[in-house]
Design a protein around this ligand. Structure first.
Ligand code: C6P
Length: 415
């Protein structure tokens, strides 16, 4: 198979950017690493690694607790990230941003705190057929506890939501609509503005799982009018173990605490405890301080390149990759939505995805194989698993050529 001719121009210097990511410089099994597993976790630029290192080398102290210099510095650096995330998401105030472990914990926080207070027997929660398990299971647990019902928006053969079916699901019992901004298994970019508006018209709230959107496109929570929006730091070129839950302050203020412990209280006696103001009411215990500081550096890094430029370049890469993969006979793309982010999920006739992933790995190419924590999506498309190449702004057309050549070889091996 001959490589396509690339005419892709990035609005930034891709080679220079690649130089910021030490991990990309290595060889794997004697071949240059081609890292195409960015939806699972993305790589970290030096700026993030150095921010974490500086915290541990120079500033290390607990936050919000000490009057001493190190604690003051650490607190300032950690809280500075909240200000950066406020701008990043265009939240109204920094108090609407709760630091959590990641998207999973953000959704669990809402299902647990808001859900326990506001959901009653017979109520309904709407999710979509393309959700990650993180945006299914917490709602299922809640529904089981409360005697509520989980309803599912179906998807079509391209991997797009059937919006007319969604409309039919909405009714007076709907309390929450929880949908992914971008599907990790299909790459579909959902019409979340419209989804939120329709939820609100039905008198329901809307939570958007932004895990796969925040690293690839500009998110404006005010323009979306989402009630809650969650993302993970580690997919945004930041550290693992830290993420953000955005919530409208009116809602957060009315919600009971998620966990009890240090920092989330104002006063404690054995008779009664009063809680801290937002956002601290939801941040019990010593948080991932280094992670929070690293996340701030990641937000700065992404802002320096610009999400508009990142999105435009990745769009071109996706088109290039789609074309390259569609030239391979017997390869079927799973997820061909008209609005798609940089995910290429596919199956190959007669070859198990794990075999594809293992052979590609020997060529230095990292992809993910499996159900991608989205088993209902696999069921919908009648496949047990897919192979998924997920792109980031540091990927190149040469890497996509390497993937296509690798897959051609896989096909020959299993012929
Ligand atoms: N998807 C993937 O390979 P956490 O693990 O909390 O950072 O993110 C969970 C999550 C929630 N929603 C979506 C849409 C996601 O894609 C993910 C994480 C990874 O696709 C790991 S399973």
């Amino acid at each position: 198979m001959s490589a396509l001719v690339s005419t892709i121009q990035a609005g930034f210097d891709v080679e220079k950017v690649r130089g910021d990511f030490p991990v990309l410089k290595q060889k794997v099994h004697g071949k240059p690493l081609v890292y195409l597993d960015n939806a699972a976790t993305s790589q970290k630029p030096l700026a993030v690694i150095e921010a974490i290192r500086k915290f541990y080398e120079v500033d290390c102290a607990n936050i919000h607790r000490g009057v001493h210099e190190l604690s003051q510095r650490s607190t300032a650096a950690y809280e500075q990230t909240r200000v950066k995330v406020k701008q990043f998401l265009n939240a109204r105030t920094k108090n609407e941003l709760i630091f959590v472990r990641g998207t999973t914990e953000g959704i669990n926080l809402v299902a647990s705190s808001w859900g326990r207070k506001c959901v009653k027997s017979g109520d309904e929660i709407v999710v979509s057929g393309m959700e990650h398990h993180s945006n299914i299971v917490p709602w299922q647990i809640l529904c089981e506890e409360k005697g509520a019902k989980l309803r599912v928006i179906p998807i079509d053969d391209r991997g797009e939501l059937l919006m007319e079916e969604y409309e039919k699901l909405l009714g007076p019992r709907t309390r929450m609509v929880a949908v992914a901004h971008v599907s990790n298994a299909l790459g579909t970019v959902n019409p979340v503005r419209e989804i939120v508006e329709m939820a609100h018209k039905a008198g329901a709230l809307a939570l958007i799982d932004g895990a796969q959107a925040a690293p690839h496109m500009k998110v404006d929570v005010q323009a979306l009018d989402a009630d809650f929006y969650a993302f993970s730091g580690h997919k945004l070129f930041g550290p693992t173990g830290v993420g953000v839950l955005y919530g409208k302050s009116k809602l957060l203020n009315a919600m009971p605490p998620y966990q009890g412990g240090g920092d989330m209280i104002r006063t404690v006696t054995f008779e009664k405890t009063t809680y801290n103001d937002l956002p601290y009411k939801f941040e019990a215990g010593t948080p991932n301080i280094a992670g929070g500081i690293g996340l701030g550096a990641a937000v700065d890094y992404v802002n320096r390149i610009g999400l508009d430029k990142i999105g435009a370049y990745e769009h071109e890469l996706l088109a290039y990759g789609t074309e390259a993969l569609s030239q391979i006979g017997g390869l079927r793309l799973i997820g061909t939505a008209r609005q798609k982010a940089a995910v290429l999920s596919f199956v190959m006739e007669g070859i198990h995805p794990h075999d594809i992933g293992t052979v590609l790995d020997r060529m230095g190419i990292a992809v993910r194989t499996g159900h991608h924590c989205a088993q209902p999506v696999m069921d919908r498309f009648g496949v047990p698993a897919t192979t998924r190449a997920s792109l980031a702004f540091y990927n190149t057309t040469a890497e996509i050529d390497a993937l296509a050549a690798g897959l051609t070889k896989v096909k020959e091996m299993f012929a």
